[in-house]
Ligand binder design. Structure first.
Ligand code: MTE
Ligand code: MO
Length: 332
């Protein structure tokens, strides 16, 4: 009989816990019995729609003034070796803690007002300024790209994003020579975003990239998916798409880009630096402290798991960004 010792991180995939499971204790202490309810919610089904009857989804792009810009020309440079995730799955299985810690937030996210949407560009730039999303969409080119997407929780999707190559946005912002990082920030509006009333989170959501990462050809500022404007639950009207990094780097509904010399501290790093760092590049060989990253579940494919790839399959594009940084925690 073959006896195999299970290493600490090789827990069954069904037990992979959400990004925020370390919060349970803090929340229980802070919220008393209410904490138990919040935890129970996280165990709910991955598919708001799956199983029984097909539910008809609303037209998320209805009334969006950018509708005539879609669909955009798809770039054939970025090919993937897997099927697209069905749209109905991608738009109903989301992480967006501003609207709650379950995956089923698409309905509550519809409360987010996305016009007017002003974007602040500041810090180390020639001239700080504020630009409305529709002016930005007029000033910069859009293209469609199909990318793999990998959440740190070991699930994955394949999404046709539309967006602005971030390199073009950086040119538009005109950073000063000394700027090294871009700090990005999500809206803060606890009146619409009930999750932002939870005080144990360091709102607003913040993320960052080096300028080299942001000007890598893969980095995209997503403004749409599936040939339409971005639905609110996926981060309308503008969110980051960096497919070689874990999902949490892909900050949604951005209102501010600050060019800086200092490495920004992100939302998850602030919460739990031992599990979520600045780089967060995908690497199947480096387990999360609480689970393996060797494989991933394809959302909407009946539990199919596939091997995870180094840099999520984008090493040819991005590996060079990290030469000379081998001593840093590049994989968490
Ligand atoms: N502002 C904000 N951005 C966010 C998040 C969030 O909670 N708030 N969650 C992140 C995580 S953990 C993931 S996996 C992706 C999910 O993107 P999707 O719902 O479009 O698939 O968004 C990222 N961006
Ligand atoms: Mo995630």
């Amino acid at each position: 009989m073959l006896i195999r010792r299970t290493r600490g991180w090789e827990i069954p995939e069904s037990q992979v816990t959400p990004e925020n499971a370390f919060l349970a204790r803090r929340r229980m202490l802070g919220a008393g019995a209410a904490g138990i309810g919040a935890l129970a919610l996280q165990g709910q089904s991955w598919f708001g729609l799956g199983g029984g009857g097909e539910q008809k989804l609303p037209d998320f792009a209805a009334g969006d003034p950018s509708l005539p810009l879609y669909p955009s020309q798809r770039s054939m440079r970025y090919r993937v070796d897997r099927d697209l995730t069905e749209e109905k799955n991608a738009v109903t299985y989301n992480n967006f803690y501003e609207f709650g810690s379950s995956k089923n937030i698409w309905q509550s996210a519809q409360k987010l007002p996305i016009r007017p949407w002003e974007i602040r560009i500041d810090g180390m730039v020639e001239q700080p300024r504020t630009v409305g999303i529709d002016d930005l969409l007029k000033a910069l080119p859009l293209e469609e790209r199909v990318y793999r997407f990998r959440c740190v929780e070991a699930w994955a999707m394949t999404v046709p994003w539309t967006g602005i190559p971030m390199r073009r946005f950086v040119e538009f912002a005109k950073p000063l020579g000394g700027a090294k990082y871009i700090r990005m920030e999500t809206f803060k509006n606890p009146e619409v975003a009930s999750g932002q009333r939870a005080s144990w989170y360091p709102w607003p959501y913040v993320e960052g990239l080096t300028i080299d990462e942001a000007t890598n050809e893969l980095a995209l500022l997503g403004t749409g998916v599936y040939g339409k404007p971005m639905p609110r639950q996926m981060g309308a009207p503008i969110r980051l798409v960096v497919p070689w990094k874990y999902g949490f780097k892909n900050i949604k509904s951005v209102v501010r880009f600050t060019f800086t010399q200092e490495r920004p501290k992100s939302f998850w790093e602030e919460l739990q630096a031992a599990e979520y760092g600045f780089w967060a590049n995908v690497n199947p060989k480096v387990p999360h402290p609480r689970w393996s990253q060797a494989t991933e579940e394809l959302i909407g494919q009946n539990g199919t798991r596939v091997p995870t790839q180094l840099f999520n399959g984008y090493a040819d594009f991005v590996a060079d960004l990290y030469t000379g940084r081998e001593s840093e925690k590049l994989w968490m």
